[in-house]
Ligand binder design. Structure first.
Ligand code: MN
Length: 293
């Protein structure tokens, strides 16, 4: 596993970085997978756009009162190879994330399309039995295949559920097909949705549904499309910034989050707000993960 030079890595500040992986506490894994997107294209450019936008993020975290540079040792890997089938990329990602987990570091994967998630989840589930996937997303992603791809991004959560021990808690969901709604209703012990509409839930209620160690998967379209227009399938009615952070902070405080991904950024030329939001969200996730929030 080779690392990017510090000035090209996440946050870009050489003071934040360790040379190589030896002393890292968190490792950013760029995964520019784009294979099954059906609407807006461009997720292959997502990881690079997040890394570049992250160079504008302040390392002082005003909420936690900590400097990301002082104690949080973050390394960034070179982008994962994404040639071959989606299943092959998932397997490659599972090996990389597995290696990082075995080193005791926190992996944060930057996508890339959502179909990468089953690879990260597989690696985490093998090491942390009883894993729950906390999914922030507009879409249920419970299709059993889509447009000829069993591993489509529209099937990301369904593929995670191929492991019978995995449970999904979805937050911000507001778009699904009739078969997906039926599947969720028929599997209440494995799939729990907190719908975006009406927000009739608190972070505490979401956490009550989250058992065991957690893999956090943030599809950026879970946030409102006015905040993040640069996704393949922008949906109105999503989460806003503050409530997203409230949920994430509570999650990291109350549960053991072992790995995370931020996926589906499809950068729009001349519109940096989505890229910057994704970078800021990634830095908040690392700050919560490494500070004990
Ligand atoms: Mn989605």
């Amino acid at each position: 596993m080779a690392c990017l030079p510090a000035e090209l890595g996440f946050l870009g500040d050489e003071n934040l970085h360790v040379q190589g992986l030896e002393n890292a506490r968190a490792v950013v894994v760029p995964c520019p997978l784009e294979a099954s997107v059906c609407y807006g294209a461009g997720t292959s450019r997502g990881p690079q756009a997040i890394l570049e936008a992250s160079h504008q993020v302040e390392t002082w975290d005003e909420e936690l009162g900590i400097d990301l540079g002082a104690s949080l040792r973050i390394a960034t890997l070179e982008p994962l190879e994404v040639h071959g089938t989606i299943a092959e990329v998932q397997a490659r990602l599972a090996r990389t994330v597995g290696d990082l987990l075995d080193r005791g570091v926190f992996p944060l994967i930057l996508g890339g399309e959502h179909s990468l998630t089953p690879g990260g989840v597989q690696a985490a589930a093998r090491r942390f039995p009883g894993l729950t996937v906390l999914q922030i997303d507009a879409h249920a992603d419970l299709r059993d295949g889509y447009q000829g791809h069993a591993d489509s991004h529209a099937s990301a959560m369904r593929r995670c559920l191929d492991d019978p021990a995995i449970r999904i808690v979805g937050v911000g969901i507001r778009s699904m097909s009739a078969p997906e709604a039926r599947f969720a209703a028929q599997n209440p012990q494995r799939v729990r949705h907190f719908l975006a509409r009406g927000r009739r839930w608190t972070p505490a209620e979401v956490l009550e549904a989250v058992e065991g160690p957690v893999y956090l998967s943030v599809d950026l379209d879970g946030l409102d499309s006015s905040l993040v227009p640069a996704t393949g399938t922008p949906e109105p009615g999503g989460l806003f910034w503050e409530e997203t952070l409230d949920l994430l902070r509570a999650l990291f405080r109350e549960r053991r989050v072992v790995a995370a991904d931020v996926v589906e950024l499809a950068p729009l030329p001349g519109q940096p707000a989505s890229d910057y939001l994704a970078a800021r969200l990634a830095s908040k996730i690392l700050a919560y993960a490494l500070s004990g929030a």
